[in-house]
Design a protein around this ligand. Structure first.
Ligand SMILES: C[S@@+](CC[C@H](N)C(=O)[O-])C[C@H]1O[C@@H](n2cnc3c(N)ncnc32)[C@H](O)[C@@H]1O
Length: 505
């Protein structure tokens, strides 16, 4: 543990909520000790030439060092004292002020207009290892500290501003923030700064997104109020993923059970979807049962799914919702749709709208788009005659309910899950270097891990693709000529058909 980059002790800890700014004893000096000395051969010297008539010539946006997020080293910069690229070293912070928020403790306000891209403040604190961060995080929790101040620095280290830090520690999280963290190379060391994402008027609360940066052990319900709020602070952070404990008091910000992990909702939902079909298929299968299972699965998952991002594989670009009417009766896919004219009863329509939210189906464009938009035209300029269609839920359920279809889908799903967990393990290893775009050579991804990552990514994509192809194959490629579930007694015969039927031309 190297105590460095701190402004003075924040005392007493933890919650300075009843203290005033003066009592916290902040100062603006930020860099007390360094534990490595920059080697002379590592010093990056820019080629700026200061022109007194052009202030911006002194290491501003075109400076080679600025372009590579490296501060100039005093004594080596050709612009000398005029160099404007030593903002961390000179603590050139924006004016800010502490204020008390509602429900989120203290926050930091801009005390002057801040320009887009402007350096706001350095995140100061103790630099400690990830291992130490985990131990401290648990100890802080035991001590009853509710606010977490540890953020990621690089693959090995974090910055803990719990006991030693500056005003940056009071910047709250927002899912729609006006600031962001950026890493800069300062005298050979990586330091974290808070920078404005866009112009910020004086009096606005400063915020950045804690995702990936934050080591918050407990799962804290987010009160940022942004429309795109992801519900929990740092939901994608290492601490959030590792945490096994939650606050147990009555504070409404802390939830106690069933915390969702956001990067796995899609997979979970797909599994539930398949389980619903398999369970239905194991017992007496009726269309109503399948629809009921699907409906309850969709009810549970609907909200999560609306946020989940599906992998964008679109093998069915040749299967649009809007089809040319003249091809209708000859088309193999006709069972897939029902006409608007034969509109389903309200219940079924609701079902269809839920299905549209399913990532599996969304990938295959099973949503109707407004007919007025982008209607294809014949070369003579006339519009093609289009009919609006709805997905034929019954047909899809019947096809997917066969044992073979279920087995195939479940085995594809298992392979996909294996590939996903392999990716998750690798992700832990390379996350800091990839996601934080770390420039420190110590943090670069080793070739072997990068190769494994690419291979695992390909595996995952392939298994996703196989899963989707299996679904499509089971819906569309089962022979349809000899099959008439209506004539032969509905779904059960449909299943027999799928199990035994061969195309009889
Ligand atoms: C780095 S501190 C920020 C300063 C903190 N508000 C204070 O009073 O010291 C992070 C803590 O602030 C609170 N916090 C920050 N952003 C929040 C948000 N959007 N919703 C709820 N709590 C938040 C959480 O308790 C979190 O652990």
């Amino acid at each position: 543990m190297h105590p460095r980059r701190f402004t003075g002790e924040i005392s007493p800890h933890p919650a300075p909520r009843s203290s005033s700014r003066g009592q916290l004893g902040f100062s603006r000096s930020c860099f007390i000790t360094r534990h490595t000395k920059q080697k002379e051969e590592d010093i990056a010297i820019c080629n700026c030439q200061f022109n007194p008539n052009h202030q911006e010539s002194a290491c501003s946006e075109h400076c080679l060092n600025v372009l590579t997020s490296t501060e100039c080293t005093p004594g080596y910069c050709p612009c000398g004292d005029y160099c404007m690229n030593q903002r961390f070293q000179k603590c050139q912070y924006a004016k800010t002020t502490l204020f008390k928020t509602e429900g989120r403790g203290w926050g930091l306000l801009a005390d002057e207009d801040i320009n887009a891209g402007q350096f706001v403040i350095e995140y100061c604190g103790e630099v400690i290892s990830w291992k130490e961060a985990k131990q401290r995080s648990q100890a802080y929790e035991t001590e009853g500290l509710k606010d977490a101040y540890i953020i990621s620095l690089n693959a090995h280290e974090t910055i803990d501003a719990t006991r030693k830090g500056n005003l940056a520690r009071f910047i709250n999280h927002s899912c729609g923030p006006n600031c962001e963290t950026r890493k800069w190379n300062v005298l050979g060391e990586i330091r974290v700064g808070i920078f404005a994402k866009h112009d910020i008027p004086a009096g606005t609360e400063l915020s950045y997104n804690y995702n990936f940066e934050w080591y918050g052990g407990a799962k804290v319900r987010c009160l940022c109020g942004a429309a795109c709020c992801s519900d929990f602070l740092g939901a994608k952070s290492r601490g959030f993923q590792e945490a096994t404990y939650v606050w147990e008091d009555d504070d409404s910000r802390y939830s106690v059970d069933n915390m969702p992990l956001y990067d796995s909702t899609d997979e979970e939902a797909d599994s539930n979807f398949l389980k619903a079909i398999v369970q239905s298929n194991e017992g007496t299968t009726t269309e109503t049962e399948i629809e009921e299972s699907l409906r309850s699965t969709y009810d549970t998952d609907c909200e999560m799914l609306s946020q989940a991002l599906p992998i964008n594989v679109e093998p069915l670009s040749s299967v649009p919702m809007e089809m040319e009417e003249e091809k209708n009766d000859a088309n193999e896919l006709s069972n897939f749709y029902v006409h608007d004219a034969q509109q389903s009863p309200p219940q079924k329509t609701a079902m269809v709208s839920r299905i549209r939210n399913r990532s599996v189906f969304r990938n295959y464009q099973i949503q109707s788009s407004p007919l007025s938009k982008s209607l294809p035209h014949y070369s003579n300029g006339k519009s093609k005659n289009h009919v609006r269609r709805q997905v034929n839920v019954k047909f899809i359920c019947e096809r997917l309910a066969s044992k073979e279809a279920c087995d195939e889908l479940v085995s594809c799903e298992e392979l996909k899950n294996q590939a996903t967990s392999q990716l998750d393990c690798l992700y832990d290893e390379i996350r800091p270097a990839i996601e934080e775009r770390e420039r420190d050579s110590q943090d670069s991804v080793s070739t072997s891990i990068a190769e494994k990552w690419i291979e695992a990514s390909c595996n995952k994509l392939k298994t996703e693709f196989d899963l989707h192809s299996a679904i499509i194959k089971n819906i569309f490629c089962t022979p349809r000529r000899t099959w008439s579930p209506q004539a032969e007694g509905g779904l059960e015969n449909g299943i027999n058909y799928l199990e035994n039927g061969q195309r009889k031309d």
